[in-house]
Design a protein around this ligand. Structure first.
Ligand SMILES: Nc1nc2c(ncn2[C@@H]2O[C@H](COP(=O)(O)OP(=O)(O)O)[C@@H](O)[C@H]2O)c(=O)[nH]1
Ligand SMILES: [Mg+2]
Length: 304
């Protein structure tokens, strides 16, 4: 299956929600104001966010649709154009060629969003692209987290640096980067713990990881990727805000877009934070990841 079909299939719940909503709205002939209100409700249900809805409504109001041109097709065209316009500037491919060797990437996000799984997928994809990758298991808080990353690394045949549960995350990160340097590898990817409920500790932990990485490579980390879970809806916005206080985020990967009708959350996040989007997670398997493309995303949302 091609990645566009995969994206379409993954976003099916979101696109079904849009298309059923639009059908319901446009099957009844209603005066404009009611129509706009129905559209507003529908958009809010898919989590695109109030700012998007308000701006879009203003834009529509300016376009002055006549009664005849108030068709479903016209609306869908306007909305998908608007979405593409917002998302287009944020297209950034994580798998682009990098001159930095090794490219050092910190992966962060709250527990359960898909950090470890996403690391497995990106390491696999980088490896498939001929890159040499090493992974550091710096989420030392839970034994299961280390085991899980190790299982991934075995499966995709990528080396891992790990230590015991409870050990210092910064020292794991340091060892991973040191190995990457010594062996002239292309990518060093560090998994981290996501205990946002203990923000002060997490902040200190990140500061320390970054401090020790900088001892080896002054520019480290080149990338700090925040993983978000599309099924958490509006809460993802808070997570961006909180993690930005902990450390500057260079890119977002939205995981679990396959499991939700609330795929619109990506639009809300794009509109509010304007952080580049590196990739999308579309399932639990190793190849369930795709580059982010604004046009394809918008097309997939309005497919059905
Ligand atoms: N459906 C789906 N599940 C995912 C995706 N990414 C991760 N998961 C699942 O989400 C759960 C938590 O993932 P994990 O990588 O352990 O999250 P972490 O705690 O942030 O490291 C696991 O059951 C994963 O299989 C995705 O893109 N789609
Ligand atoms: Mg994990």
């Amino acid at each position: 299956m091609g990645f566009f079909s995969k994206l379409q299939e993954s976003l099916k719940k979101t696109s079904d929600s849009f298309s059923k909503g639009f059908d319901n709205i446009f099957n009844k002939s209603k005066p404009d104001i009611e129509l706009l209100e129905s559209i507003e409700d529908l958009l809010l249900k898919t989590d695109v966010g109030i700012h998007f809805v308000e701006d879009f409504k203003n834009k529509l109001a300016k376009q002055k649709y006549s009664q005849e041109s108030l068709t479903k097709e016209n609306f869908i065209k306007s909305i998908s154009d608007e979405i593409e316009e917002i998302l287009k500037p944020l297209e950034k491919n994580f798998f682009r060629e990098e001159s930095k060797k090794p490219t050092i990437t910190l992966v962060c996000g709250v527990n359960g969003v898909g950090k470890t799984t996403t690391i497995g997928k990106i390491a696999k994809k980088l490896k498939d692209n001929g890159k040499k990758v090493i992974v550091g298991a710096a989420d030392t808080f839970r034994a299961a987290a280390i085991d899980q990353l190790e299982m991934w690394c075995k499966k995709i045949d990528v080396p891992i640096i790990k230590s015991d549960i409870g050990s210092d995350p910064a020292s794991v990160a340091y060892k991973a980067l040191d190995t990457a340097k010594n062996q002239n590898l292309d990518h060093c990817i560090i998994d981290t713990a996501g205990r946002l409920q203990n923000k002060k500790n997490l902040m200190e932990e990140f500061a320390k990881i970054i401090r020790v990485l900088k001892k080896i490579e002054n520019e480290a980390p080149h990338e700090t990727i925040l993983i978000l879970d599309a099924t958490t809806g509006q809460n993802a916005l808070n997570q961006v805000e909180e993690f930005q206080k902990i450390t500057p985020i260079t890119g977002i990967i939205m995981a679990k877009l396959d499991g939700t009708a609330k795929g619109g959350i990506l639009i809300a996040i794009a509109k509010k934070f304007k952080i580049p989007i590196y990739a999308l997670g579309l399932g639990e398997k190793e190849n369930d990841i795709t580059n982010f493309n604004a046009k394809e995303f918008s097309a997939a949302i309005f497919k059905s």
